[in-house]
Design a protein around this ligand. Sequence first.
Ligand code: FMN
Length: 191
Amino acid sequence: MSAVRILVISGSLREGSFNQRLADQAAIFAQEAGAEVTSLKLDAVDLPLYTPSIELNAFPEGARRLKLSFAEHDGLLIASPEHNGSIPSALKNAIDWASRPTGGETPLALTAFRGKVAGIMSASPSPFGGLRGLMHLRQILGTVQALVVPEQVAVPFAERAFQGSELTDAMAREVLAIMAQRVVTLAGVVR
Ligand SMILES: Cc1cc2nc3c(=O)[nH]c(=O)nc-3n(C[C@H](O)[C@H](O)[C@H](O)COP(=O)(O)O)c2cc1C
């Protein structure tokens, strides 16, 4: 049996992002759990703002490749900042494009997400660690038919939780390792 393939994404485009660091640590834990991991940087994907007229005219190549990246993996680990109580627009835009049908699919095919096991996490300087954004992310991913595991990671007071690029908060590390393991195990069963 081939290794479980996990796609790791950060919803932050900020240099020095806490969520990118969290995503990088999740990637390490997923690898340790036996997965083959791909880290996708959203700012490396050429994505216009989702607009039906753009889609009707010609499905953008960047969106097609993004959708393929999702479809080629068995599971997702997504680290998302909280922006005004929700997820950042860049991440929502990426999910919206990847949710669209291509190549004669029906709108409900949702091939980028259906049957993918997802784990979600957030880091924020705030005392709540981006928890409200995670509730939205869970709902959005469920809507596009991903199976979001019950474990999730919210890292509060993020400036204290990392030393350099490393997540040093012991409890956050423990929960993140459990969640990454869970995603890898379930993705291997569901695929
Ligand atoms: C437009 C905007 C809205 C924000 N809204 C929230 C918020 O609702 N809750 C929160 O905890 N932090 C909020 N923040 C602060 C982010 O948590 C903070 O910038 C964090 O560092 C973003 O994650 P990153 O370091 O991965 O980029 C907001 C930041 C921006 C730019």
